[in-house]
Each structure stands twice: as C-alpha cells, then as structure tokens.
Design a binder for this molecule. Structure first.
Ligand code: NIG
Ligand code: FE
Length: 390
C-alpha cells in the first residue's frame, strides 16, 4: 500500500487529549502525519517521521481533521430566494416554507436530485468537509421519502429518515393520519435505506407526543434517533432526545435550565447550527452555557434551501466563535470530533493512528485562523480516506 507523509506541519489538531499540549485538541507543533491506504498510521515530530513513498511539505501551515457535518438536508430541488428576501425585509421564518421545497422536490427527477446532492457535496468538500449526514424530508409520500433516502445513500452512509419534517400537505386535515403513515408504511419503505430517524419537534410541525411515537417506531425498526429540537421555541424536544438516548438534539436554540442540565448530564450531543440563526435572523444558541454545563457540543451547517443555505463549516466555526461564546479551540473540536460524536463514530474527527485519513491542510499557521479570517478560503488541500481530493 502507498504511504504518504505530510511533514513540517506548524500546528496539528489531533483531537487526542493525550498528545501535545494536553487540551482536547491535542495540539502538536512541527508535526508530521503518515497515511497508509485509507488510514492514518503515524503522527509525531516531523524530524522523526518514517520514510514514505510520497512526501508533502506543509511548510509551516496547519492541519486539522476533516470536518464532520452531522446535519444537512441536501436531497431537494428548487430555490427559496424570495422567502429569504422577504425575511431580510422583516418576515419571520416559519416551518411552513418547507412546503415550497416539497413541491419542487416531488417534481424533480432522480438524476436532478442526485446531481444537486453531488453539487453541494463538492462545495462542502472544497471547504474541508469529509463526512456528512443528510436527510429525506422534502418528499413526504412513501415513494418520495424512500427515493430521497436511496439517492442520499449513493453519496453517504449517514442517511436519516425525516418523513416527519412537517405534516404532508396531502394530510393537512388529518395530522394523526400522517403520523400513522410515517410510523407505518413510510417507515417500512424507508428503514432499509437509513441509519437514523429524525423528527422536527416544533410548533407547526410535530408535538412531543407525536415525536415520541415516531422515534419509538423508528427504534423498533432499528433506526437510531436524532431530533430537530427547540429551534424556533421552547418545547419538549431536548428532554425527549435525552429520554430516548438520541445521538443528538439539533438546534438547541431555546433551552430552559432543565434542558441544559439534561444535555450536560446525558450522552445526547447538542448540535448547534449557526447558519440557521444567521439566515433566519434568530437568537444565537448559547454554546457557552451548554459547554459550562458539561454538554458535548457539535457544530454543523444544517445546509438546506430554507433556513440555512450554506455548506461551509468554516463559516459556522466563525459564527460560533464570534456570537455563541465558543473559543476557536472549542469550535474546531465541535466541528470535527463533536460531529463524529453526534454520529456515534470513532473512526473520524481525529488524526491518530487507526483513524480514517481525513485531513485538511490550511493556508494558515493555525486552526484559529478559521475564525480569525472569516470568509477567506483557507482550505488548501483535503484528503478523504487517504485520497487527495482537493
Ligand atoms: O433544520 N427545522 C426544520 N428543518 C430545517 C429547515 C428546512 C426548511 O426550511 O426547508 C432546519 O432548519
Ligand atoms: Fe435541519
């Protein structure tokens, strides 16, 4: 198998707290990383790197693990520029906007949907994302949801069934009937194509009882739960996530002290999606409050055409540092190891022997520049599974 060394890394984020400066980032200076096949096989002082087939001299630049974007909605068609314009003129964001994308997605061909996913993935990859999760949720019929998951599965292993995004317009007068569909025939058709099940637990979408019924049905079919929780208002989503042992409660924008305590004590990751607050002009989630309570925090894009049309993890990192009380170190951890935790993965989000060789070389001397130089394309090279892809 071919071996490659990246040498003279000014600052290497390993996310192994036993290495380097003893912080969660496991930051090491003047380092090297050796890749063999799709794995990392060695890290250490650059001068001690073993001989390899290929060498890339990082020449004093920084290397971080590939970003793990654990929350996106990429199987969609159409565009909501008008809705965004209206919001920027003072209209509030409402869950009902999802219906616009549902109509466009149903009308699109498989090829159009797949090309759209590929396009946003390529965009994300150029910005350092090497793993991403994506969801259905813009089909809302048995056939359209199953099709969205099949298409998502061509691009990633982290696929989430979100038939419970909103009540389908076809069931506007019969929400209970829609929950029966989501937990019955739609689940039957979708479960083979997904790893996760999600529900938008919110006013205008699904209440706590409906969300519990949906996630419990998914669990019985072998799907693991994650929840859109407490995004637009206070509500039962976070407590339900913790009660069910969900991998992640996503958004966490409106939290009571009890919600924060539950996330601080449980194993459910709090995934914060600053692109959504940016694009809906909403209150920022308070990452500091969650971190101080002991919660594991992930950062993710929520990339979707309605509430957060960004595929950029560096942008989310910059927002989290500027407006959500995170330090640059915490934000980088949350965008890499935090995302891996939200997907219950141990093979990604770190640069240590045995991990998948997902690396980002930055045109900067340290990871801090991702927040310090917002909006600047600092990603210089990306390896995914040991292959140089950017
Ligand atoms: O995570 N909150 C629910 N779903 C998406 C928004 C989807 C849309 O507006 O199309 C979100 O923000
Ligand atoms: Fe979302």
């Amino acid at each position: 198998m071919t071996t490659t060394a990246v040498t003279h890394i000014a600052s290497l984020v390993t996310n192994d707290p036993s290495l380097g400066n003893g912080t969660p980032l496991g930051l090491t200076q003047d380092a090297a990383v050796v890749i063999e096949g799709d794995r990392i096989v060695w890290t250490g002082e650059s001068s001690k790197a073993p001989a390899t087939d290929n060498v890339l001299d990082a020449a004093g630049r920084a290397v971080i693990p590939g970003f793990v974007d654990s929350h996106s909605h990429l199987v969609f068609a159409g565009d909501r520029t008008q809705e965004f314009n209206a919001r920027m003129s003072g209209q509030p964001y409402r869950a009902g906007g999802i219906r616009t994308t549902v109509a466009a997605t149903r009308a699109a061909t498989d090829e159009e949907l797949s090309a759209n996913v590929a396009r946003y993935l390529a965009e994300a990859l150029r910005q350092g994302t090497t793993t991403f999760e994506t969801k259905s949720g813009y089909g809302l019929t048995v056939e359209d949801e199953a099709r969205a998951l099949r298409i998502a599965g061509r691009h990633t292993d982290e696929v989430t069934y979100l038939g419970a995004h909103i009540v389908s317009p076809d069931y506007a007068d019969d929400p209970a009937g829609y929950v029966d569909l989501v937990t019955g025939p739609m689940l039957e058709a979708c479960a083979p194509h997904a790893r996760w099940i999600d529900v938008f637990c919110e006013q205008g979408a699904f209440d706590g009882d409906q969300a519990r019924a949906i996630l419990t049905a998914g669990l019985a079919k072998g799907l693991q739960p994650r929840i859109h929780a407490n995004q637009l208002s206070y509500g039962p989503g976070v407590q339900l996530a913790v009660e069910l042992g969900a991998a992640s409660a996503d958004h966490c924008t409106h939290l009571t002290d009890a919600d924060v305590d539950a996330l601080g004590q449980g194993s459910t990751v709090a995934t914060l999606l600053p692109g959504a607050e940016f694009s809906t002009r909403a209150t920022w989630p308070d990452a500091r409050r969650l971190l101080d309570a002991g919660a594991t925090v992930a950062l993710s894009t929520d990339c979707n055409p309605g509430s957060s049309f960004t595929s950029s993890m560096p942008f989310c990192v910059a927002l989290a540092v500027r407006d959500m009380g995170m330090t640059p170190d915490e934000a980088i951890w949350s965008a890499t190891a935090g995302g891996a935790a939200a997907l219950r993965r141990t093979d990604i989000g770190r640069i240590t022997p045995g991990a998948r060789a997902d690396l980002v070389l930055l045109d900067a001397p340290s990871h801090v520049h991702l927040a310090y130089r917002p909006g600047v394309p600092l990603v210089s090279a990306v390896w995914r599974s040991g292959q140089r892809v950017v």
